[in-house]
Design a protein around this ligand. Structure first.
Ligand code: FAD
Length: 318
């Protein structure tokens, strides 16, 4: 196997999802390579080495400053053509999914997406992919090379192996059509406290809140517990809460010590994103809500009465 892992960065750090994929790739291929792309990203190569990259390609160019996919597709297509990689792996994110799709189209290569495991079986790479709303797993392969794979976020933990990496600078040559899209504006979502990926406690809200303003109740409880607020897709789609907080099949996978689900029915697509939480507490007024089938503690009642009381209790004891 000649494997290349696409590494994404944010605010001077390689993102956890990419590092998890790199760590997994290093288990499958001792000689795994990684690529970082951006402007002012040379320093990130050392981080890649610590998580298993034997070699790191650095494409450092002002034209790669904005997180746009097509210029990155040019860089990766060049590496596959010139260095003979037969496998390219990505950790799922908005940018990585676009780059992976663009690379598949450019190289006419097969892309297996939403994988939750990878293994080598008799020298063949085999992917594992949830199907039918995550109720079964399918094993998937590739008919040709290069093999492209997009791994579901949160699947693999980054493992620091402490190694050093060989660094190679890559000359950046962009196609005319790759520079047609420009970044008009970037904004930071203001948030306080831990992100849902890092939080040990998550208070999550669904349509049972009734209206977006009621997320304030959950924010109060999360603050009291030192946790973060998450949301279901139903409320994210309705514009009640930002996508960054969505847990589930098309959102993030989280595994806090405590997950408090408020007004959430517990659909399978939500469950897959939070089922590995330590203790799951569900507050729902419907005793037959599916979430009670997998909650450790179930409270049947109106969240608008229960959550403020819970917050008060936590504050009194805190
Ligand atoms: C391809 C696909 C991908 C999807 N991806 C995701 C995903 O990533 N994440 C995700 O969450 N969903 C996802 N979904 C949607 C999922 O199927 C559900 O529709 C969604 O999770 C439901 O959100 P909800 O629990 O907020 O709303 P509902 O299902 O409407 O549940 C609201 C719950 O609140 C309870 N309730 C109402 N009032 C109160 C009250 N006052 N006090 C207490 N409880 C109350 C109700 O009894 C009900 O159980 C996906 C669906 C598809 C098809």
């Amino acid at each position: 196997m000649a494997t290349l892992v696409f590494l994404e960065d944010h605010e001077g750090e390689l993102v956890r999802g990419s590092l998890g994929v790199l760590s997994k790739a290093a288990q499958l291929d001792d000689d795994v390579a990684a690529v970082v792309t951006g402007a002012g990203v040379r320093e990130l190569a050392a981080q890649a080495g610590r998580y298993g990259a034997a070699k790191t390609f650095v494409a450092d160019d002002p034209r790669l400053e904005a997180p746009l996919p097509q210029p990155r597709v040019d860089v990766l297509a060049g590496l596959v053509a010139n260095k003979g990689f037969d496998t390219v792996l990505f950790g799922a994110s908005v940018l990585s999914a676009d780059v992976a799709a663009g690379l598949a189209a450019r190289l006419r290569a097969g892309l297996n997406w939403d994988l939750v495991d990878l293994e080598l079986r008799d020298g063949e790479l085999v992917g594992r992919r949830p199907a039918l709303q995550d109720s079964v797993y399918a094993e998937v392969g590739w008919k040709g090379e290069p093999r492209l794979a997009l791994i579901r976020s949160g699947t693999f933990e980054p493992v620091e192996s402490g190694g050093e990496t060989e660094v190679e600078e890559v000359g950046v040559e962009l196609e005319d059509f790759s520079t047609q899209a420009v970044m008009v504006e970037r904004a930071h979502a203001e948030s306080e406290g831990p992100s849902i990926e890092d939080a040990e406690v998550i208070v999550a809200g669904g349509r049972g809140l009734g209206e977006p303003e009621k997320f304030a109740l959950l924010e109060d409880l999360a603050n009291a517990l030192g946790g973060a607020v998450a949301a279901t897709r139903a409320v994210v789609d309705a514009g009640w809460y930002p996508y960054a907080a969505q847990v589930g099949q098309t959102g993030k996978t989280v595994s806090p010590k405590l997950y408090v689900a408020c007004g959430i029915s517990g659909a399978i697509q939500h469950k897959v994103g939070m089922q590995s939480s330590g203790t799951i507490v569900a507050i729902n007024k419907d005793p037959n809500a599916p979430i009670f089938e997998y909650a450790d503690v179930g409270v049947v009642g109106d969240l608008h009465e229960i959550v403020p009381k819970l917050t008060q209790l936590v504050r009194e004891r805190g």
